[in-house]
Design a protein around this ligand. Sequence first.
Ligand code: 5GP
Ligand code: MG
Length: 459
Amino acid sequence: MCGIVGVYSDDDSLTSRIAYYALFSLQHRGQESAGISVSGEEVRVYKGMGLVNEVFDDKILSRLRGTSAIGHVRYSTTGESKLENAQPLFVKSKSGTISVAHNGNLVNYKDLRKNLESDGRVFLTESDTEVIAHLLSSFLLNNDVEEALALLTERLCGSFSLALLLNKKLVGYRDPLGFKPLCVGRIENGYVIASESCAIDSVGGELIRDVKPGEAVIIEGGELRFERIGEAEQKAICVFEYIYFARPDSIIDGRSVYSVRFDIGRTLARESPVDVDIISPVPDSGTTSSIGYAFESGIPYIEALIKNRYVGRTFIMPGQKSRELSVQLKMNALKENVRNRRVLLIDDSIVRGTTSRRIVDLVRKAGAKEVHFRVGSPPIISPCYFGIDMSTREELIASSKTVEDIRKTINADSLSYLSLKGLIESVKIEEGDLCLACLTSDYPVEVPGEICLRCSARA
Ligand code: 5GP
Ligand code: MG
């Protein structure tokens, strides 16, 4: 998971600052590293480990001068969390300068890399993004940008939303299945490309529209144009963006993330009613669906838990150990609100089950009479190979346990999940255009070792 941005501004002293603020509003998409690449008289890249405001300061930004920039925040899925894997990736070759910021995960990364290494190519990182840089530098030797992107698309398998600086051109590109979001907006004297529309809002811009799956947006000499590069019969838009990952104030593929989550809560209330005194979210990810559940059921929305606003990064750090440690740092129960009450907790998803168990215990210890649990998504049963950090079946509690077993494990009085049908109705995107693989095991492309139901083959 990552966040990407691209900025074009006529005022070359503003470009990197706009990129900085846009990245800052995508911080939820990755907290491990941040970077900006700017194309001015020459290309400059600055990146570091940590949060956007830890990596950059005013002095650094004022040295990053140019009319075009791309930026990246990283949450690693392929490659370790270290500086050399941070993005944007920058290469200089016969075809010019190339900077790449990538959100997604390439399923055929190992094969692509092996082939390139057999051709004598040298790799400096463990990140799948480097194969994109290598392939682009080859394809751009004898082709224009559109042709190079088409050739790239033929070779890559997996998810890739890209922000690119190709010499002076700023390019946004979304893979034909459209796994990861990408949109473009207008700002004064320029344009912004971003993973989510909240980034465009945050710099005072206006959303033009989503970049369509298989489409490129090319900004050159201050002029913007859309180009269709690749086409797929069905799309594979990541449903987890709507469930959990994206900010609720973003609009993705024409759907407001907030209204999807609100509808999820309403649907959940109709599907799985429960006799309780209060409804509380597990903050923050369960907030919007809890409001929807309370709206539909008429049961009061009263918070049982307060979250410390400043622990975000420790929690989202990869690895089970840091996840376990951070729960008590992150949440505190409101005894006054839960004492002697029947409480319904609502969260967006249960992934590993560890947090949910601790939270139920917290609310019980604070004096709740009953603690019920509702989940704003169906059980997550299969790993994601396209960039969400749920990489092995073993770590997914619902891959091996029934709902009743999970209820016992998290120690709730009752537990229900949203149905798949209820989810799709809430998202309001055609089922065939969504990637639901984590919920159904139906992978939209062939993944080594998994069965692709769309082509009924084991890759
Ligand atoms: P669990 O009970 O599975 O340990 O934790 C469930 C919680 O994890 C939910 O609140 C959900 O919002 C959150 N969650 C789901 N996916 C991710 C992720 O990739 N990273 C982080 N930090 N939290 C996640
Ligand atoms: Mg959460």
